[in-house]
Write a protein that binds this ligand. Sequence first.
Ligand code: GLA
Length: 382
Amino acid sequence: MQKYFFICVILITLNALDNGLGRKPPMGWNPWNKYGCNINEEIVRQTADALVSTGLAAAGYIYLNLDDCWQSARDPVTKKIIADPVKFPSGIPSLVQYVHSKGLKFGLYSDAGMQTCEGKPGSLGYEEIDAETYAEWDIDYLKYDNCHTDGTSPKVRYPPMSAALMKQSKKIYFSMCEWGLEKPWLWAPPIANSWRTTGDISDHWYSFIAILEEQANLAQYAGPGQWNDPDMLEVGNGGMKTHEYQAHFALWAILKAPLLIGCDITNMSQDTKKILMNREVIAVNQDSLGKQATRVKKVLTSEVWAAEVADNGAGVVAVLFNQASIQESITIEFDKLGISGPQNVRDLINQVDLGQSTVSYTCQVPGRSAVMVKFRSVQSEQ
Ligand code: GLA
């Protein structure tokens, strides 16, 4: 068993993009879900300040990424990409410096097509010069979208940017965004650190659960350096109830999704802060094993997602998720989790120990809510 585990770890390591980045799912902020195209350098600076002052950066959220609409044109002579002079009058390099001075990392966005989804210049055919520019600007992360293409497969259009980034001495995290169209989990690990698995999330319960459904059979493709990306967080944007956002966050955490906050963090409610800064839930996402959860049980609207973890005491974490609008009793049998014997049970969302269970664990889960529990063998703790 141990031997096979070792071989698997080696295969994953060899397969992942060789830039040493994303050994844990990236954590940070991206403006798209809240601001769309209405982004500017003032918002970025205030967000950088807020990442630090709220404690989000200390909790792990260190990437401050731009999305679409930061660019306006290409220099007709040099072909170098130009930032929108109205939205970003100080230019990207000075903004990067500011963000770096706060101890944060900076991400940019482009597109493997002629134009971005919002009609700004794309990088197709300009991969080399754009990658050089990003490195010159000291960029840490690139999200690479899939609009306005020449009709060729993403399998043709994404590798050139990956290769161009790899040529730079500055290492840049490569986040592919082809929306899962060509099953990127099957071919993207050697060229990207993460890849979107679906279309865009929106700030609604049904969007969240539709995306969740599409994550059910992808766990085997994730690991250190290579992550499935079910899209950014909507927590704090107002379209869902607090308990629904809590479920969204717990599930994204155990799916080992990149945790990219998508709300206005300069003005967060206490509930939003509490969800996003929950140490024990974040620790599941950042666990060194990097195992994405699989769905181990589904009965109508009740389901259980689980993953093995190594840190803070090895064990198995499970999310008991009730999609119905009324309370349900959810039971998880320990054999479905690959564990046996008496287990210490801890509620990670509320950070309380719940005593011991043997054989199975049952919980009353309120409507549209998730309970996240960790099981640790009593024997291993003696
Ligand atoms: C696509 C992406 C989104 C966002 C927008 C920007 O829809 O999937 O995440 O980047 O483009 O235009």
